[in-house]
Design a binder for this molecule. Structure first.
Ligand code: C5P
Length: 228
């Protein structure tokens, strides 16, 4: 089966308190999104990479990678799921229904080739697909207001990362059927809502999502470690 990548990159990143969307902040020598796309390209795992970009985004057309032969630009949507669906539509006629799609956040620039191949190799014979995830080392509490109502058994709790890997046709249909549902915050939750049971594959803690200002320094540190 062929593999395709989808990168939602149409968010505004309000939690960053920056003058531009977080995917355009500079990390070492390049913007966050250039790091992310370079890693997907360098993995040599994908036929093409569909990137969802806001129509009001002045930064994207300035980047050389926007005209890379493997990169396809699609219009962004209101929510992350809308952006992913738009990027999937840009692959229509290219991707087969049973092909794999790996959806990866633009804001996760430290993804390793090893993790991409681990995910693909682990799930390639699966009927549904699944996601990279991290176990939780902290004790977890269920809280109401500021009061702990229960401790949650952390053995059953995993943190969802990206890439998230699903069949092209199944993912498109799931996102279409769950459109507008606020409970859908990643691709797996759309499939779960329809009764599918995606798998998890243990990822690495350095695959962080740039969310808060201090995450940039952390990402730079991880990248320097990875270069060793
Ligand atoms: O805001 P958050 O960190 O959850 O965004 C995750 C990813 O989804 C980011 O790469 C962001 O650019 C993307 N996104 C999008 N379209 C939206 C909202 C977020 O492509 N409407």
């Amino acid at each position: 089966q062929a593999c395709w990548a989808v990168v939602p990159a149409a968010g505004v990143g309000k939690r960053m308190q920056a003058d531009r969307p977080k995917q355009y902040l500079v990390l070492a020598d390049k913007t966050v999104i250039e790091h992310t796309l370079n890693r997907l390209i360098q993995s040599a795992a994908f036929q093409a990479i569909a990137v969802a970009i806001s129509s009001e985004d002045p930064y994207w057309p300035e980047l050389a990678i926007a005209s890379h032969p493997q990169v396809i630009t699609a219009p962004g949507g209101k929510e992350r799921a809308d952006s992913v669906l738009s990027a999937l539509k840009a692959l229509q006629g290219k991707a087969d229904e049973q092909d794999w799609v790996l959806v990866h956040d633009a804001a996760r620039p430290c993804l390793t080739s090893a993790d991409i191949h681990l995910l693909i190799n682990s799930l390639t014979n699966d009927a549904v697909g699944g996601i990279l995830a991290l176990s939780s080392h902290d004790t977890l509490k269920h809280v109401e207001g500021n009061t702990i109502s229960a401790s949650v058994d952390r053995k059953h709790i995993w943190r969802a990362l990206t890439p998230q890997m699903f069949r092209y046709g199944m993912l498109r249909d799931a996102l279409q059927q769950t459109e507008g549902n606020p409970a859908i915050t990643d691709e797996a939750s759309a499939l779960e809502l329809l009764g599918y049971q995606p798998k998890i594959v243990e990822g690495r803690p350095d695959n962080l999502k740039i969310t808060r200002p201090e995450d940039l320094a952390l990402a730079q540190f991880y990248m320097e470690q990875q270069d060793d």
